[in-house]
Design a protein. Structure first.
Length: 286
């Protein structure tokens, strides 16, 4: 066939991949082709507009490196990451809800003992004590669960966006009772990076780049599904307009101000400090 219509071209492309050996890849590619062609027919872009779209994707790839993933940021800010999360993790009775990973997770975070600090001495911010536990839905402790934890600083940047080394990042193992506590600073709101294609997209569409303050967690334990989640700071002005649509009501926590110098001395933290407690509940593997 050498003559195509708008509709027949789509089916011709789909037919061209009919011999794809992997059935799942064949299914996904056929769906992608049909939806992409339908998008083009609906929006009817000019060649200049289509070139601008290709340039956006090109620039997005060029912004990616070992410390930054601009494509994840595209996925996050378009709500696709949260949609994938909804479809794959879902909501489970009594279990902690999940949310997006974000573009600044780094493998190999330094080990921090229970009671240690993920914040280097002198890190700006309100001193915070985070306590909690890891359990299953029946309330049984999960000893030794591994928690990767990271957050941005008071200046609105993650350590990987700067050049002064690892900070506000660590890996903690729950104790024999499934309990944990660590020191840090109270998370504050911050903007997603705006110096690349995503920033220009947000500006062009009249959106702000802000995320409410939060702590990131990835929690793993044998026999349980990996949990990717946040703890959001209550009262943050961006809770209802998170740039990546990641906020869930059950993940918003209150930081209680503690003025007791005795309590501060007990935990090796400056006074006053802010304390939050949260019990994570994991879902069994299927």
């Amino acid at each position: 066939m050498r003559e195509f219509t708008e509709e027949s071209l789509t089916e011709a492309v789909v037919e061209r991949i009919a011999g794809t050996p992997d059935p799942r890849l064949r299914e996904v590619m056929a769906s992608l082709i049909r939806h992409l062609h339908a998008f083009v027919r609906e929006t009817r872009p000019t060649p200049k507009e289509w070139a601008a779209g290709i340039e956006f994707l090109t620039r997005t790839g060029q912004m990616c490196d070992g410390k930054r993933q601009e494509f994840i940021l595209v996925s996050d800010t378009l709500g696709v990451s949260m949609l994938v999360d909804f479809l794959n993790y879902g909501k489970h009775a009594n279990a902690t809800e999940s949310t997006v990973t974000g573009p600044f997770f780094v493998q190999g975070a330094p080990e921090v003992p229970v009671g240690g600090s993920i914040a280097r001495p002198g890190t700006p911010g309100r001193p915070a004590l985070v306590t909690g536990s890891v359990k299953n839905a029946a309330g049984k402790p999960i000893p030794g669960a591994t928690l990767d934890i990271w957050q941005s600083g008071d200046d609105g940047f993650y350590d990987v966006q700067k050049s002064d080394g690892v900070n506000l990042r660590g890996k903690i193992h729950a104790d024999a009772k499934g309990e944990l506590w660590f020191r840090t600073v109270v998370p504050k709101e911050y903007p997603v990076p705006t110096d690349g294609p995503v920033g220009r997209m947000l500006k062009a569409t009249g959106r702000h780049p802000m995320r409410p303050g939060h702590l990131h967690f990835i929690i793993n334990a044998p026999g349980y599904r990996e949990l990717v989640t946040h703890l959001f700071t209550s009262g943050d002005e961006y809770l209802d307009s998170d740039a990546v649509f990641g906020v869930k009501q059950s993940l918003i926590v209150d930081y209680e101000k503690v003025a007791s110098k005795e309590q501060a001395a007990k935990y090796g933290i400056d006074s006053p400090f802010w304390r939050v407690d949260y019990d994570f509940v994991l879902v069994p593997e299927k």
